[in-house]
Design a protein around this ligand. Structure first.
Ligand code: BG6
Length: 471
């Protein structure tokens, strides 16, 4: 019989990211990020004031406390600390995060802090971002600064959020600033370089003897062949697995690339006329970090079914919520398809909770040195509406419940999962979808900044307070 009870010290929380919640993107000494001009040029939506977290964090943390949450995921905006990416720190930015962490403590909500959530300072981003190895040094210096400055405030650190999304949206799909379509070698090279930056930060944290734990957050998707009997579909699934998951997981847990992974990396790079470079000493530091790394944050929204694809790359990002408009066919990789009967959201995200369990099993089997998982994001984007004063998001409750069931199944067979953060705590600004794609426990009226708990918030409160999932 499946257990329905979570361990005593399990963390239940909501997730946020600096740029998506804070607002005040160009004030209090904060430096620019590439998104500022990109969004202004597009004119579709503004990151201001998002949910005004810069001024409202204390009342949002009070809501967390009131709704039974004992954890929150936040990120530090690098350009609030170092407006130009390096140099002199900005005292207002430094103080802001001290105040935020103090408020977390006051409300009994444990902060899980990410150093980089898609928001490299413009000076870094425009200067090649992580394709420029000098920026690895800049990230390490920023990480060292934060470890020291917030040593008394923070016990749970993540270096990067979703290297896969950051690199694929920029170098494969071209939907992010300075976007470029289908440059697989740049995508994979940036992934490797960011993993070197991660490794340097992990070693700096451990060498500094700081209290607490450190890991990284990956956006993982299980890649199933559309037709499990088709060798070509199996190959497409392997390609997409390396592009999204495997390079990053090998780097995280092995500190190098398994021969099979390396062969597919080389194939993918060659298919966009590029090569993959590993600099001297990279693997040394990566291997060391692989042993020191404490935890993996898994952001899980969906899995994929891959078909073989022989044509030219053909991509369309569904950033509007018009169901059925998304396409992802990449030369050298394959085509992402939906198996009949598998549900999808209005943004064409495949709903497949079992994929989360399959991913955790896969990691546990392949990388015996994994220590623990946190599910750092999982959630459902919806066009939530207030009707008669309430927001009925039963669909979201079902989505979360189904994922929590698979997490309990994993815990039951001995996989170490220590926390769950729903994306998102409150409705937030979405990078390519603006404000119409809502994810929060708390509905945000972006005009008045009023918060209204959705049905899912009341439901989650029961789960976190009882530590039980009613089945
Ligand atoms: C994750 C990110 O990829 O998914 C978040 O860490 C993001 O920053 C979330 O907002 C949902 O994606 P989207 O595109 O629907 O906002």
């Amino acid at each position: 019989m499946l257990t329905n009870t979570f361990p005593q010290d399990f963390i239940f929380g909501g997730a946020t990211a600096a740029y998506q919640v804070e607002g005040e993107t160009r004030s209090y000494g904060k430096g620019k990020v590439a998104w500022d001009d990109y969004l202004a040029e597009q004119g579709r939506f503004s990151p201001e004031p998002a949910c005004d977290f810069y001024h409202r964090y204390d009342s949002d943390l009070a809501l967390c406390e009131q709704f039974g949450m004992n954890g929150i995921r936040v990120s530090i905006a690098w350009s609030r600390i170092f407006p130009e990416g390096s140099g002199e720190p900005n005292p207002e930015g430094v103080a802001f995060y001290h105040n935020l962490f103090a408020s977390c403590r006051a409300h009994g909500v444990e902060p899980f802090v990410t150093l980089h959530h898609f928001d490299s300072p413009l000076a870094i981003y425009a200067n090649g971002d992580f394709l420029n190895r000098a920026n690895i040094d800049a990230f390490e210096a920023y990480a060292r600064f934060c470890f020291k400055e917030y040593a008394d405030d923070v016990r749970h650190w993540f270096t990067f959020n979703e290297i896969a999304a950051a690199t694929m949206n920029r170098y494969v799909e071209g939907t992010w600033p300075l976007g470029k379509k289908v440059s697989l070698h740049e995508c994979l090279q940036a992934q490797h370089n960011m993993m070197v930056a991660h490794a340097r930060a992990v070693c700096a944290f451990k060498d500094g003897g700081y209290a607490g734990e450190i890991g990284i957050v990956h956006a993982l998707e299980y890649k199933y062949p559309y037709d499990p009997e088709s060798p070509a579909d199996i190959e497409a699934a392997r390609n997409d697995d390396v592009l999204q998951n495997r390079l990053l997981l090998d780097a995280t847990f092995r500190g190098d690339y398994a021969p099979g992974t390396r062969a597919i990396i080389d194939h993918l790079c060659a298919s966009s006329q590029g090569t993959f470079e590993i600099a001297e000493h990279d693997l040394e530091i990566m291997r060391r970090a692989a042993m020191l790394n404490d935890c993996l944050g898994i952001n899980y929204y969906q899995s994929r079914f891959l078909k073989a694809y022989e044509g030219e790359s053909d991509l369309h990002h569904n950033g509007t919520g018009d169901k059925g408009t998304g396409r992802w066919r990449v030369a050298g990789v394959g085509e992402r398809a939906v198996r009949p009967g598998v549900p999808t959201t209005d943004w064409d995200w495949i709903i497949y909770p079992k994929g989360l369990f399959d991913l955790m099993m896969d990691i546990t089997l392949r990388y015996p040195n994994y220590k623990k998982f946190y599910i750092t994001e999982n959630g459902m984007g919806r066009k939530d509406r207030i009707e008669n004063g309430v927001i009925d998001d039963t669909e979201r409750i079902d989505y979360v419940k189904d994922h929590l069931r698979w997490i309990l199944r994993a815990i039951e067979i001995g996989i170490n999962v220590e926390g769950y953060f729903m994306w998102s705590l409150q409705d937030q600004f979405s990078w390519t979808n603006g404000y119409s794609k809502r994810y929060g426990f708390f509905y945000v009226d972006f005009e008045s900044q009023q918060r209204i708990p959705k049905a899912s918030a009341y439901w989650f409160k029961r789960v976190s307070e009882t530590r039980r999932l009613e089945v």
